[in-house]
Design a protein around this ligand. Structure first.
Ligand code: ZN
Length: 207
């Protein structure tokens, strides 16, 4: 009788953390592979710095759980669209391990519960500080809100510049990638989507 290895539960996946020791070893190998010799003295502590930056900042989102962040909402009778716009974020593309960064606009139509606005910015942080694809990240932000708040609808739009497009490959500086994800009422109602896009379009500032 063959025994299957136990499946990793969702809870366990959530608690997965970057392994600092292995990040440090990987950085050491990476540096050796570049062939750089002249800067050896200067790069002595680089593996440690790289491991520190990736473990505590760049990939810190793996230690955060959006469901927990959104767990402290409160009951409200307000049903108007809530939009938090221009939330800055930095993420890392899973294909090239290069940063992409820009702004996220997040909206929802409350059901019975609403949540503090800073919680929404923290969810964007939790999900962006991981290896990501922008399309997936955009969808995950909406899904996190949908799962935690059972809103009538969710909307997320992200605009970002990808270093893998600007310092390699096409090398087109200033190119921005825009992704959207709609949930619930936003899916079926173009007027709602239009309202969200209007509220999150670039602000005309008086000169
Ligand atoms: Zn990339």
């Amino acid at each position: 009788m063959s025994r299957r290895p136990p499946r990793r539960s969702a809870a366990r996946r959530r608690t997965a953390r970057p392994d600092r020791r292995r990040l440090r070893a990987a950085a050491r190998l990476f540096l050796a592979a570049t062939g750089e010799r002249d800067l050896r003295r200067d790069m002595r502590r680089t593996p440690e710095r790289v491991a520190e930056a990736w473990a505590t900042d760049i990939l810190s989102g793996y230690a955060a759980d959006p469901a927990r962040i959104l767990a402290t909402g409160f009951v409200s009778r307000d049903r108007g669209m809530v939009v938090v716009r221009d939330i800055p974020f930095v993420s890392v593309c899973v294909h090239h391990l290069l940063p992409f960064y820009g702004v996220a606009h997040v909206g929802y139509l409350p059901g019975r519960r609403i949540v503090g606005l800073s919680k929404i910015t923290r969810v964007v942080d939790a999900l962006s500080r991981r290896l990501q694809l922008q399309e997936r990240l955009t969808r995950q932000v909406g899904e996190a809100l949908a799962a935690a708040l059972a809103p009538a609808g969710t909307a997320c739009r992200m605009e970002a510049e990808h270093l893998c497009m600007t310092i390699r490959g096409a090398r087109k500086r200033g190119t921005r990638v825009v992704t959207t994800a709609w949930g619930g009422a936003f899916e079926g109602r173009p007027a709602l989507r239009g309202e969200f896009l209007r509220l999150t379009s670039p602000v005309e500032r008086p000169r």
